[in-house]
Design a protein around this ligand. Structure first.
Ligand code: SF4
Length: 395
C-alpha cells in the first residue's frame, strides 16, 4: 500500500520508450500517475465513456477553479534562434525574415495589449544569446513591469543564477516545454544547437522554481511521438514538480503542432477525440493544476474544451515579433551563421515570419464576450503581486 506523496519504483511500462538513462522521475510511478494511466485507457475513448470523463472533468474544474478563465497574450520579442528544431519556423537554417524588437518596440506592443485589456503577457523569444541576452531581457521586463502586472517568460533555458535577476526585474512565470519526453524523437527533432541536451531542458522548470518564479509552465508538443507515451511522461513530470516545486503554481500546456515555415509534418498527429480525452484525464488526475489552451486550436474545439478543464487561454495572438503594432518592420533581415544579412532591395514581405500559423483568429474582445455568454468570467490578470512578496525560494 502506498500513501499519497510516496513513490515507488516501477518497471518501465511497455510503449513508454524512454532510455534507461532517463531522469529517474520519468520512470517512476506514484498512485496519481498510475491512476492517470488508467484514465488514458483506449476503452475509455468511446463516446459514452468519454462523456462520463468529460462530466467528471467539468465538475472538478468548477470545484477547483470556479468559472474563471484567465486570458493572456504572447508577445514575441525575437525570432532569432541558434537551434534547429525540425517543427519550428524559427529554426536557424530557415531563411525567414528575422527581427529582434528594441525595448521601445516591445513597450509599444505591450501597451497595445494592455489597451486591449490584457494584464498578463507571455514574453516569447527564440534562443540566441547574442540577440536575446540576459541584459536585454532584464531591461524589457523592468520596462514592462511598470504597467503590466503579470509577466511570464518563454525563452531559452538558463541557469538558476541567470534567472534570479529576471525574477527581481518583475518576471513571475516561466514556461518551458520539454517538446517531447521521448529521447529518440527528441534527438531526431533537435538537430543542432544547445537544445539538443534533453536533460538540461528537463531540469529547467526546477531551476526556475528555485530561482523564485511563482508560476511554472510545462508541456509537450503533441505530434512528435505517440500521445499516450508523451502524456504518461508529462504526468510523471507534473507529479514530480508538484512535490519538488510545491510553492510554485503549476500549469500544463498541450500545444498540438501547427503548420510552420519549413513545412514539417508531425509524425504522430493527435486526433481531436484523443486530445479531448487527454484534457479530461489530466483534469481528473491533477485537479489543482492549471491547463493552458492556445490559439493553435480551432474555435470549435476551444469552445468545446472550455468547460472540460481549461483554466487559461490565449486570445488574439500573433506569433511574429511586432505582430500587434508593426513594430520592428524597418529592421527585417536574414540571419546566416549568426550574422545579419541585409536586403539590398526591400524585404519580400513587410512583417517578420511567425513561429506557426494560429487557428483561432478571434480577438481578445470576441473571446471575452464568448466566455461571458457561456457563464464564465474572463480574468485578465491572474496574479496579485502583493501575494508574491517575500517568497522567492520555492523549495
Ligand atoms: S522551437 Fe524554440 S528553440 Fe527550437 S527553433 Fe523554435 S524558437 Fe528556436
Amino acid at each position: 500500500m502506498i500513501s499519497a506523496g510516496q513513490t515507488e519504483e516501477a518497471a518501465p511500462r511497455p510503449g513508454i520508450n524512454l532510455s534507461p538513462q532517463a531522469s529517474s522521475f520519468l520512470l517512476r510511478d506514484t498512485p496519481r500517475t498510475r491512476r492517470f494511466q488508467e484514465l488514458l485507457a483506449p476503452e475509455l475513448s468511446t463516446s459514452e465513456r468519454l462523456e462520463a470523463l468529460a462530466a467528471k472533468a467539468h465538475r472538478l474544474t468548477l470545484q477547483h477553479f470556479g468559472r474563471a478563465m484567465r486570458l493572456f497574450a504572447p508577445l514575441y520579442l525575437s525570432n532569432e534562434c541558434i537551434n534547429n528544431c525540425k517543427y519550428c519556423g524559427f529554426s536557424r537554417d530557415n531563411p525567414i525574415l528575422r527581427v529582434t524588437l528594441t525595448p521601445e518596440d516591445v513597450e509599444a506592443e505591450a501597451r497595445h495589449l494592455v489597451a486591449e485589456g490584457f494584464r498578463h503577457i507571455l514574453l516569447v523569444a527564440g534562443e540566441h544569446p547574442k540577440f536575446i541576452s540576459n541584459g536585454y531581457l532584464q531591461e524589457v521586463i523592468a520596462r514592462l513591469h511598470r504597467f503590466v502586472p503579470s509577466l511570464s517568460l518563454e525563452v531559452g533555458p538558463m541557469e538558476e543564477e541567470e534567472y534570479r535577476p529576471l525574477v527581481s526585474a518583475g518576471a513571475e512565470g516561466l514556461v518551458v516545454y520539454q517538446e517531447t519526453y521521448n529521447r529518440k524523437a527528441y534527438s531526431e527533432m533537435h538537430t543542432a544547437g544547445p537544445k539538443r541536451d534533453f536533460d538540461w531542458r528537463l531540469a529547467c522548470p526546477e531551476r526556475g522554481a528555485r530561482a523564485g518564479f511563482r508560476r511554472i509552465g510545462i508541456g509537450t508538443l503533441l505530434g512528435l511521438a505517440p500521445w499516450r507515451e508523451e502524456a504518461i511522461a508529462l504526468a510523471r513530470h507534473t507529479d514530480y514538480l508538484l512535490r519538488r516545486a510545491w510553492r510554485a503554481h503549476l500549469t500544463i500546456s498541450l500545444p498540438r503542432l501547427r503548420p510552420a515555415a519549413g513545412g514539417f509534418a508531425p509524425p504522430d498527429p493527435v486526433a481531436d477525440r484523443d486530445f479531448v480525452h487527454l484534457v479530461c484525464a489530466l483534469r481528473i488526475a491533477f485537479p489543482e493544476v492549471g491547463l493552458v489552451l492556445s490559439t493553435r486550436e480551432s474555435p470549435r474545439l476551444r469552445e468545446m474544451l472550455i468547460p472540460l478543464g481549461v483554466t487559461m487561454m490565449s486570445a488574439g495572438s500573433h506569433t511574429e515579433p511586432g505582430g500587434y503594432t508593426g513594430a520592428g518592420q524597418d529592421d527585417l533581415h536574414l540571419t546566416v551563421k549568426g550574422r545579419r544579412v541585409e536586403f539590398i532591395d526591400k524585404p519580400p514581405c513587410t512583417t517578420a515570419t511567425g513561429q506557426f500559423e494560429i487557428a483561432d483568429e478571434r480577438s481578445a474582445a470576441d473571446i471575452a464576450t464568448l466566455l461571458q455568454s457561456k457563464g464564465y468570467d474572463p480574468v485578465w490578470k491572474d496574479w496579485d503581486q502583493a501575494l508574491g512578496k517575500g517568497s522567492a525560494n520555492c523549495f
